[in-house]
Design a protein around this ligand. Sequence first.
Ligand SMILES: [Zn+2]
Length: 496
Amino acid sequence: MDEEIVRPGRSGSHVRRDTATTRALAAVITGLLAIALPSAGAQQRPELSRGAAQFVTVDAPVVALTHVRVIDGTGHAAREDQTVIIAGTRIATVGAAAAVTVPPSARVLDLRDHTVIPGLVGMHEHTYFQTPSRLSQMSVSAPRLYLANGVTTIRTAGGMFPYNELNMKRAVEQGTLAGPRMHITGPYLNGGEGSARSPERHLRNEEDARRVIAYWASEGATWLKFMADVTRSVLAAGIDEAHRHGMKVTGHLCSVTFREAAALGIDNVEHGFITNSGYIPDKRPDVCPPDNMRRQAEVDVDGEAVRATFRDLIARGVAVTSTLSVYELFVPERAHLDARALEALSPDTRREVESALSALGDTSAFRIPPALFQKMMRFDREFARAGGLLVAGVDPWGNGSLPGYGDLRNFELLVEAGFTPEESIQVMSANGAQLLGELGDRGTIEAGKIADLAVIRGNPVRTPADIYNMTLVFRDGRGYDSAKLIASVRGKIGLW
Ligand SMILES: [Zn+2]
């Protein structure tokens, strides 16, 4: 499928020559910039296949992004008129344009009226799409859409095709697939029996949990995701086994409350307020209360029970993943799909998604009232204000929320929830990197870090919707053309 859209001038040999030259020059420049580059050894990146290289428009040993607004991912206010120098795979310098000397050999991109942000770290990302009538892989479209929208690192959160995800991860690392760096969680893990239609692994007991987790550790998963019917004893064994293998654990919980899971040592909980059953008075141990979601609407989000949850999660270092953009599509008053996202769907998939959204009337069991959605936003904001580690993800499983686009919608929703634009970027970049244990290498725009960056036309601090105007996304110092990546998957979701 790549062949038909390769531009004539960009042959495989041309790309290889570029890359060899890049390495030689980068070695020299790295020497010159050694003071600014704390780990100069990590200049490794794969050569790209023709299929992946067709999206790269900036690939030079030294690149200077000049006169650009920088939102650096630390939460600090944006800085105007900056210059960012990229040498090889790393950021060499960031500073006021007037004070930074641009090396004569640099490829200079004058980015007046543009903003640069750190590559986003998406923490609830899928690569499949499921509508009522079909389940399809997005093994090419998802990685391209993530990258096009500035998401340069993803962690899956359960998967329908975990072997496919391991293969995608390898292809990205080998340079044959344009996409983000990937952390794989393996299949969905759950308790209960599971129907004949279930794609999840239903763990029978503690021994079963340990065996399955040891296996996925051996296959290359680095995280695990538990679902809503797991028991405390199986979750406890799972967390213990995962930690033995150096893996981390997250959960879309219900049968186990956030506070119980925190006490068991879980690392992360997904979706925030709406999945914490701990506020429902008649909840039975190890059982997900019926009608959990609707009853959550009656909980006082400013009450002592929620404060106690925050204290426990923070004391035990448990991060919360905000996935507002996917839940917004269950709020009929707010469920509007972005035209750009709709264009990515195949015609059949689009019909199904649109009819599911329009069926979200007042009586649907999945309907989220606006007031409950406000509580979800408030929970995320107050958790972060209390000192909790809030990360973000998109959860594009099939209701119309899509890779990349949903991540960017989260930015607007976090701003609506009361975060500053700079804090919202921090949630979406540095905080995810911190949870992955990679903040030393990525997540912020600072000298010495990996050059994962997204360039935006406009100013999302003043106009949050500008966040969608990504033009160029750097991963490992290579600049990918956003528009070209998006064009390559138009109409493809639901097909591949
Ligand atoms: Zn999910």
